[in-house]
Design a binder for this molecule. Structure first.
Ligand code: ATP
Ligand code: MG
Length: 565
């Protein structure tokens, strides 16, 4: 491809709307352009990368025996009413009406449609196992679209759905997808981890996520190599800590703590560490508000809390008026002593002694609080996110925490959809069996952003070779002033192309510095520079995008290296 024919516009300045580096670089390098919030055009350069991702995904899905089909993006409401998701899915679902006033949605996922296909098409156990997949546009009206294509509203997903006769079959289908996903992310050249995930409301038995590791990742993941443990922090369990709290050393006291609504403000005001405080959060409950008590430095886990008896799901913080009503004080000063609603205590509070808690009086806290003396020693539950250094649930090691970007998700659905939609099949004895389903998603467009998060430097993108839009960028120096150089550059471009390489030939009449900067921004792994001086010696200048310096190479050596011969 000739640069002058490619219509590529790069941007020198970082667009202000882009918060993270992949979004900035995708805009600057001209991979995508924004149309509206969460909607992006894939420009020719970006589409080349996207197609490479799609190809690898497709090849591995085919190799795993999955069958590609293509379902409509627009789906009738009736199907979603059958599973109850028309109401449950909420505002994420983009709803619309046709000219006959019938209701539709733009599919955020395709369980309903594929289950409808399955109940119509699959009659006999002989047709199982089967796994259908598609690579297709989804729409989710995300509450906060951000990070460019990583959390877009319209995006491309590879979604697959397996159908089996029994749990054994489902386990096998799931394992096949686990292996296919592993192969996909290895082939993409990305550093990733597979972690246990929350199986959500649907209550499937098994669910795992594939995360590309990157500091900007929205998800925290916990793992321990000694224990072979890896889990999304959302689901990683904390164990009840062994041991007993230290004996009380302080008297219970009430102190004035004005303007200390947060744990940080309180700890600073009292010159103590946040872990010496107990934070008491008031949340909505099924019948009455409920208090959740955690060590001050710990973070509440909304998924765990919402599963506790009596707590509203999804977890909802009580509004200020409710807090005032149940505590008798302004928000920020709630504490367990004298509180008239149920309190759940996190496991880690069990070891606390001489701690600080809200006094249920505005601007007041209690110090020197001790279980067994000032409050009954409570039963404890798992309420918090795990932190670095926590023991693993298996107890053999300690946890490390890293950030990840969820690029894939595999999920055993069981019969939740097939039951609701009556998708049955005849077994060997002629009995009607409800099919067991699995679903398997990959964020195809998100992968491009995730790959950049993991592979860039201050000058731009550094594409992993399987994803690069071009293999080689060929840069002639001042070609427009030297006819011999022009001829040599054209010949080299033709030869590289004939060798099967995808070449970006920077034939612009532009300064070398401009061309170098663009090549680095775009992130093409191999750069060849051809100049009059090199021409005389029969040499080219070569530099890998990750190399510190360029080096001169004989023309043939450079070509052999690039073709791997
Ligand atoms: P998230 O937790 O990031 O919102 P999810 O768990 O809701 O994602 P799934 O329903 O598991 O998403 O969808 C399968 C895959 O589709 C995800 O693993 C992710 O890679 C991708 N994906 C989901 N939402 C988006 C989005 N808004 N933009 C781009 N990709 C997305
Ligand atoms: Mg998911």
């Amino acid at each position: 491809m000739r640069f002058t024919k490619f219509g590529l516009t790069t941007l020198r300045d970082t667009p202000s709307e882009a918060e993270i580096v992949s979004h900035q670089l995708m805009l600057r390098a001209g991979l995508i352009r924004r149309l509206a919030s969460g909607l992006f055009t894939w420009m020719p350069l970006g589409l080349r990368v996207l197609r490479k991702v799609e190809r690898i995904v497709r090849e591995e899905m085919d190799r795993a025996g999955a069958l590609e089909l293509m379902m409509p993006a627009v789906q009738p409401a009736e199907l979603w009413q059958e599973t109850g998701r028309w109401d449950k899915y909420g505002n994420l679902l983009l709803r619309m009406r046709d000219r006959h006033d019938r209701e539709f949605c733009f599919g955020p996922t395709h369980e309903e449609v594929i289950t409808d296909i399955a109940r119509r098409e699959l009659r006999s156990y002989k047709q199982l196992p089967v796994n259908f997949y598609q690579i297709q546009t989804k729409f989710r009206d995300e509450i906060r679209p951000r990070f460019g294509v990583m959390r877009a509203r319209e995006f491309t997903m590879k979604d697959a759905y397996s159908f089996d006769l029994d749990q054994d079959g489902l386990d096998k289908s799931y394992q096949v997808m686990h292996a296919a996903y592993t192969a996909i992310f290895e082939r993409l050249g990305l550093k990733f981890r597979v972690v246990d995930a929350d199986s959500g409301e649907i209550g499937g038995s098994r669910s795992q996520e594939f995360h590309v590791l990157a500091d900007s990742g929205e998800d925290a993941i916990a793992w321990c190599d000694e224990d072979d443990f890896a889990s999304n922090v959302e689901t990683a369990a904390t164990s009840g800590l062994d041991g007993a709290p230290a004996a009380p050393a302080q008297e219970l006291d009430k102190v004035s703590t004005p303007n200390t609504k947060t744990i940080e403000q309180l700890a600073e005001f009292l010159s103590i560490q946040p872990e010496q405080t107990l934070k008491t959060l008031i949340v909505e409950g099924d019948e009455q508000p409920i208090a959740l008590a955690l060590r001050g430095d710990h973070e509440l886990n909304a998924i765990k809390a919402a599963k506790l008896p009596g707590v509203a799901s999804p977890l909802t913080m009580a509004d200020p008026a409710t807090i005032v009503k149940v505590t008798g004080c302004k928000p920020g000063y709630a504490g367990p002593i004298g509180l008239d609603i149920p309190v759940y205590y996190d496991h880690a509070t069990k070891l606390m002694s001489d701690f600080v808690a809200g006094a249920n009086e505005t601007d007041m806290h209690l110090t020197g609080v001790n279980f067994g003396r000032d409050i009954d020693t409570p039963e404890t539950v798992d309420l918090r996110n795990v932190v670095e250094g926590d023991p693993t649930p298996g107890g053999k090691g300690t946890l490390s925490i890293a950030r990840g970007i969820e690029v894939g998700h595999i999920f055993q659905l069981g019969t939740s959809y097939s039951e609701a939609m009556n998708a049955t099949i005849q077994d060997q004895d002629g009995n009607d069996i409800t099919m067991l389903m699995g679903c398997y998603g990959i964020g195809v467009t998100r992968i491009v952003g995730a790959a950049i998060e993991q592979n860039h430097d201050e000058r731009g993108i550094i594409w992993p070779e399987p994803l690069t839009p071009f293999d080689v960028v060929l840069i002639p120096i001042n070609m427009h002033r030297s006819e011999p150089l022009r001829e040599a550059a054209e010949a080299l471009y033709a030869e590289l192309t004939d060798l099967g390489l995808d070449v970006l030939f920077d034939d612009r009449d532009a300064r070398p510095g401009v061309k170098f900067a663009d090549a680095e921004l775009i992130g093409i792994p191999h750069r060849l520079v051809i100049s009059d001086r090199g021409l005389e010696a029969g040499e080219l200048e070569y530099r890998h995008r990750r190399d510190e310096d360029a080096r001169m190479m004989k023309r043939d050596d450079a070509l052999n290296m690039l073709t791997g011969s």
